[in-house]
Design a protein around this ligand. Sequence first.
Ligand code: GUN
Length: 283
Amino acid sequence: MAKIIDGKAISAAIRQEISAEVEKIKQEKGVVPGLAVIIVGEDPASQVYVRNKKKDCDETGINSIVHALPENTTEEELLALVHKLNNDDSVHGIIVQLPLPKHLDSDLIINNIDVNKDVDAFHPYNVGKIMIGDYELLPCTPAGVMALLERSNIEVSGKNCVVIGRSNIVGKPQAMMLLHKNGTVTVCHSKTKNLDEICRSADILVVAIGRAKYVTGDMIKEGAVVIDVGMCRDENGKLCGDVDYESAEKKASYITPVPGGVGPMTRVMLLQNTLSAAKKKLK
Ligand code: GUN
């Protein structure tokens, strides 16, 4: 039976460390780290995410300002707000919640965020820094996965790491981060041949494809570390991951549950990035 990597407990520990650092900066420098969150329209999932981000900030002492704009906001209006926040010294991090309504060009908006305030690390400048391995801001989900590995004392160096999924937000940066830790990295996707076989070669398997229970125990090497980034619904509407937990935990040495694995880490990494951005500005 696999050991459970408890993302809830690990994220709570990191949250405490962040709270302590936020308090220290307040006391010593008189500065409160600030996160601005922009949401356009009424997408219900986005509203939940934004509410959670605000709650997370409140609990760690980070100042958060939510800018809720109507669905019919124009590109000019949104860009004007982004530029205003870029120039606001009390704002250290800026997030534009995605997806944006169809009439707004997400790439254009993201490209206008100050790279030092880009706490999602979605700006091409920060994406490029990830390639080089010289980074302060990392996309929250893959950074959360790396923190889970590190805090569980799982060595990456020399291991066969298989990432399933090649999104710009998770799969690609995840592969780079594992590579920087000296893993031997294979990235799989929908056109990959022999996926099962490649999975079975993994010492560390990161699954981020958004397909409920896609990876089953027979695709996992005995003793592998299995990280499930998925957030899906099963046939009964119950929350589940991309990995079939029941069969996988019989093979894995370590496994992340869904919920309570990667999800809480993604949330805490946004706080970490906001703190990093604030600290960099104080340097
Ligand atoms: N929508 C869903 N996840 C995210 C995220 O991590 N950042 C932003 N900006 N939008 C999202």
